[in-house]
Design a protein around this ligand. Structure first.
Ligand code: MN
Ligand code: MN
Length: 453
């Protein structure tokens, strides 16, 4: 008997049939990515997938019956999917899967439009953790909503179709970068310089701000918008690129927004596909990247309200239901990157192609700000995954004391629910074009299906 622990390469373990399943599953995921550039679009796409499978809208207060397949669309930005099961929720609790569908990006400021040196720009305020230089000189798209003065809501998505224009942030040419090159990466790129180029044709001769006027005239013609309407808009600047296979063997997918749609898509599909009698609550959360705040983030009491509604409908004590419930906080982790090996501790970093990675704890420094899952819960999942042939590994987010990060896990656990982080290893995380292994995406799908079984 081999007493040592070794990780398993998913591609090596998979037979030809499973290799084809991995490749086919990735095609569905890429479609999801391309139609879900923002949290709002991810929710809309997910609702479409659910309705196609007979899921019905749910409103707080509605009675829930065993066998119901429901979804609660929270303000268009977060989604709660409920499969009401046949088992006794006072004994089995609810199986909870949470991923987030917001990603780092550039939001427009509320008074964004200006003109300088005959170029019209929109000012941005970045959202989440970004490296600012990543966003220079790449094609950018503009997505979101504008609520007009009369209350009418306009939806915008410009830069995705082949013949759409895109937007652009300039960089300084290397010939003139002697001074810039001496600055640190953190200091060299200022947030107030992340302004997107949106126009250049003046409207009228010799007029001050003629280019800005031209942009406003276009927006008014096209959408009936005035400059004041930006005050009540949520517009997000995201990469205009599509998800693409990477490598001669197409082992990888490069895309914007893998964090955390690479867990959201397996969650949705596992919830739809799973053959289970358990009650399953699958959540697509918003605002994770800025602390899970607000009424669409996971610190909101809505999760407790929904669990209360389930308890009420099944006639059980809500505190007992919560105590018996279990959660996978499905969020990405940093895969080991040999190009930056010193940022990791190799034995405990997750390895790409080696399956979905469990982070018993996250946080920074001495596990600060972390949900540190119990050995009992990790042991329970180990057994469940082994029974279903799920390839998985553990993954610590980088070398101790180098930095760190958190997830929604602690906010779920605060409800007296056993919770652990489990997600897909990502390279170049939080960049405009992140990299994952198709094998790991499929492993996440299998893990989530095993969990809700
Ligand atoms: Mn994340
Ligand atoms: Mn993130």
């Amino acid at each position: 008997m081999d007493l040592t622990y070794k990780r398993t390469n998913v591609f090596l373990k998979a037979d030809e049939k499973e290799k084809r399943e991995i490749a086919a599953y990735a095609e569905g995921y890429k479609k999801f990515l391309d139609s879900s550039k923002t949290e709002r679009e991810a929710v809309t796409t997910a609702v479409g997938m659910l309705e196609a499978k007979g899921y019905k809208p749910y409103t707080l207060g509605d009675k829930i019956s065993a066998g119901d397949k429901l979804y609660l669309n929270n303000r268009g930005k977060s989604l709660f999917i409920l499969r009401a099961g046949k088992t006794d929720v006072a004994k089995h609790g609810v199986r909870i899967l949470v991923a987030h569908v917001d990603s780092p990006r550039l939001d427009l400021k509320q008074v964004p439009l200006y003109e300088k040196a005959n170029i019209a720009y929109l000012k941005t305020h970045y959202y989440g953790g970004i490296k600012k230089y990543h966003w220079l000189t790449i094609p950018l798209a503009l997505h979101g909503v504008i609520v007009l003065g009369n209350g009418k809501k306009i939806e915008i998505a410009i830069g995705e179709k082949e013949d759409d224009p895109v937007f652009y942030i300039t960089d300084l040419l290397p010939h003139l970068s002697q001074e810039l090159n001496k600055s640190t990466i953190g200091e060299g790129f200022s947030a107030e310089n992340l302004n997107i180029v949106v126009g250049g044709v003046p409207s009228g001769e010799d007029e001050k701000n003629a280019v800005k006027k031209g942009v406003l005239e276009y927006l008014n013609r096209q959408y009936g918008v005035t400059e004041e309407d930006f005050l009540s808009a949520e517009l997000e600047v995201v990469p205009a690129t599509k998800a693409r296979d990477v490598g001669f063997d197409r082992a990888y997918i490069a895309s914007y927004g893998h964090d955390d749609r690479v867990c959201a898509y397996p969650e949705i599909t596992a919830t739809i596909d799973a053959d289970t009698d358990e009650t399953v609550l699958t959540i697509l959360a918003d605002k994770e990247e800025i602390g899970s705040v607000g009424n669409t983030g996971m610190q909101c009491v809505l999760i407790k309200d929904i669990l209360d509604e389930i308890a009420k409908s099944y006639g059980v004590n809500p505190a007992v239901l919560r105590q018996k419930s279990m959660c996978l906080s499905a969020d990405v982790t940093a895969g080991f990157d040999p190009a930056y090996a010193s940022a990791f501790e190799e034995m405990n970093a997750s390895l790409i192609h080696h399956g979905v990675a469990m982070s018993k704890f996250t946080g920074r420094a001495g596990k600060s700000g972390s949900n540190d899952a119990s050995a009992e819960y990790v042991g329970y999942l180990r057994k469940a995954f082994a029974e279903e042939g799920v390839v998985w590994q553990t993954g610590e987010l980088g070398r101790v004391d180098l930095g760190g990060g958190g997830t929604v896990a602690l906010f779920i656990a605060n409800n007296n629910i056993d919770t652990v982080d489990l997600g897909v290893p990502v390279l170049s995380m939080h960049s405009p074009n992140e990299l994952v292994s198709k094998a790991d995406v499929y492993s996440a799908y299998k893990a989530f299906k095993a969990f809700v079984k």
